[in-house]
Write a protein that binds this ligand. Sequence first.
Ligand SMILES: [Zn+2]
Ligand SMILES: [Zn+2]
Length: 541
Amino acid sequence: MQRKKTSARKIGASDDRRPLGTDVTKIRGSTPTPPKKSPLPQKLAPAQRFPIPGDDGILVCPVGGVGRIGMNWTLYGHAGRWILVDAGSAFVKNATENGCFMPDPRSLRDVLPRLDGLLVTHAHEDHIGAIHHLWPRIGCPIFATPFAATLLKGRLAEKGAQGKAGFRIFKPGDSFKVGPFSIETVPITHSVPECVAMAIETKAGRIFHTGDWKFDPDPLLGNPTDFDRLKRVGDRGVLAMLCDSTNAERDARISSESEVAANLAEVFRTRRGKIAISCFATNLARLTAICRAARMTGRKVALAGRSLEKAEAAGAEVGLLDDRHVILSDSRHLKGLDPHEILLVCTGTQGEERAALAKLARGENWRLPDIGPGDTVIHSARAIPGNEAAIEEVMKRFRARHVEVLMGLDGDKPLHVTGHASRGELKTMYELIRPQFAIPVHGEAAHLAAHGALSLECGARTATLTEEGDVLRVTRNGVERVTKIRIRHLAALESSGEKLVPFEGRVGMMATIPAASVAKAPVIAVRRRGRAARPGSRKAA
Ligand SMILES: [Zn+2]
Ligand SMILES: [Zn+2]
């Protein structure tokens, strides 16, 4: 591999000169003017190079998804080779731009020639949203379940890149080899069908990557969690666990998808007007719940929004949906029905201006029914941090028209359930997997810190809090930071059309871990300026 002489190589030296102590929860988005010819920056500024993974440990690099919600990318390196688990996108959050952003593959240029596979845990945007934008620039085989692969193939076909991506389809529970890694997938429940956790085994030990998950006793659709399998993974010994932190601050019991289904049916029955409901497109269990409740209460269901239509078609294609799933072929067919027979499922849970729910609120799409006094709008999804104001803007329009708005609750009955584990479930996961070392991922700084402290209570020897671009080395002796890679970002914006433009999508400095939790046990705080870096050969890491 060619290496440029200009690159800074010293371990622990970072070219990233951001001040310490900035607010990690705030994502500073700004859009530089797109360059005239190429959508990509021509040169990376000098930055640390990725080490070449050795045989005696496993390198772990959260390229995205720590210190923020979204854009989950995790690299694992061993014996000279790498795998990437998930390649998602994050929302662009600023007043003037709509779109998403993702890591620039040029930041991974040392890794790409040695990358044996992209492994997809599940079909959420924050895990797959970058793939159709970046292929074939990444260009390794994509390992995905039938549902995720069907969605991805559709998107790649639209971009004209379908034939360029090689898919290896696996079923939840399958095991397979990718380079020097043996992968065992474990079915786990979340808010999308065919979700898996992954045990990643190498000659240097085993890492467990949970992906997104919760323990839903009655998920309505798809595989239940395979608890025996989780325990067997734990029995064989796990060095480190990278686990979902989204709800690590929440104690509340998480209700199941079936409970939501019953509550939705009650709302559909007791309201006499039209009902519009917004949910995440890939939440096919929620769509199933809506269809069942509609059938029981004499309502007809139509979909508004392309991503919903695509997810429903993909679900039907891979056999996830059954004949109880009756949906009108066109939302215009609702128009001749009585109000109490009308049920419209919409995209736009995050207040996106061009999505169906916002159009419905503005009354600007003639294909959709008019929503007014006596009608009900249900928000059956969570607000991704940063999108609250946009969502509220849409709901305000409905309220101004005297529409009843139910934000995830009818009184105290949930009309939405989170897809992420709360503290009680996290404890159960630690009891099953029993990792020696915890590396909390998928969450903002506060979530990671809360999860780190909890993991120590659950018996982990250390908890390592990371920033995006940190390269950690996991061995039987512990977790150490080897170096930090500067990760650049590209955005797909409405204003930039098909082009990807450079984008500053960084998070700030990791917040300090609450002193109380540090005092109890040895939390390793991975710091920006190389204090946790260890001497040793970059190549032999
Ligand atoms: Zn997810
Ligand atoms: Zn996620």
